[in-house]
Design a protein around this ligand. Sequence first.
Ligand code: GCU
Length: 341
Amino acid sequence: MKRVKKIIAFVLCACMFCGLLSGCSSVGDGKRIIRISHAQSETHPEHIGLLKFKEYIEENLGDKYEVQIYPNELLGSAQKAIELTQTGAIDFVVAGTANLETFADIYEVFSMPYLFTSEEAYHATMMDTDYMEQIYQSTDEAGFRVLTWYNAGTRSFYATKPINTPEDLKGLKMRVQQSPASIKMANAFGAAASPMSFGEVYTAIQQGVIDGAENNELALTNNKHGEVAKYYSYNRHQMVPDMLIGNLKFLNSLSDEEFQIFKEAAELSTEVEMEEWDKQVEEAKEIAENDMGVTFIDVDVQVFKDAVSNVQQEMLDDNPNIQDIYDHIQEINAQYEEEGD
Ligand code: GCU
C-alpha cells in the first residue's frame, strides 16, 4: 500500500513539475488549477470542508479557477506538502500547527499540554478571526499564510497496552508530531517521544517500532490506528488546530474581490468541517469500540495534568514570543470557566 502511494505520489509530482516547467498550471480551457494537499482520507471532515471550498470558488470564479484536492498525503507528508506550498509548486495545504513551529515559533503555544481548559475556550479563540489574523501573518517571511483553521478535536494517548496513569507511559515509545514542543511534552509525561510523520504511524505500531501514539478519535477509524492499538485513554492533553495554508505569492496575486471570495470559501469550509467533526467523532467512538474492539479508558485527567505541570512555564521561559497569545488564551479560558460555574 505504501509502495502504491509512493508511486502515485511520484507520478503526480512528476506531472505537476512538468506542468510548472512548461508554465501551464492550467487546464486546456485556460483555467488556473489550484492544488490543495492534505493528509486525511476522502471521508474525513477536512476533505468534506475542502469540497465546500472548491464548490464555492468554482461557483463564483469558475471561469478562472479549477480546484483540485489531493488527500491521503498523496503529494507527501505534511512537512513535504508545506515545502511545496512554500515554493508555489502547489497552492494550499492543510497541516497541524505542530508542523508550523519550525517556520514561526509562535505556533508552539498550541502544543502546550492543557493550554485550553475547555473546548468552548478553544473554539472561541480560533473563531476570533481578528486576533488570529496577526498569528496567521507570522509565516509571511516563509512564503505562506494561514487562511482558516479546522477543528482537529482533543488529543489523548492510545497504545497497545492500557494507560491509566502517567506511570504507565514510562518507557513506552510514543509517536508525536514532528515538533519540538510535542517532543518536550511527551518526554515530560515520562514517555519516550518518537517523532515521525502521520502516515508512518500505522505501520510503526503494527511492527512494534512504537507502542502507541496520541491523537483524536478519528485517527482510530479514519486512519485505522484502532486496528493496531486497542486502548485509548481520555487524558485529553492537547487541542491542536489544523490550518489551511496558502502560498503567499498566489494569495497576493489575487484581486481584492477574488481574495474576498477565497476568504469566504475558507470560512465556509471551516463551518462545514466543524459540523462534520462533531458528527464523525461520535460515530468514530462507536465504530472503534464496537467494530474494532478498542477500549476507551476514562482516566483521572488531573493526575496527567500534574505530571506536566511545569511544562507551560518552561515553554514560556524558552520562548517569550508565545507569552502574549498565552495570556490572551488564559483570559478566554477564565471567561468560560466563569460561565461554567
Ligand atoms: C491529526 C491532525 C493532522 C496531524 C495528525 C498528526 O490527524 O488532523 O493535521 O497531522 O493528527 O498527528 O500528525
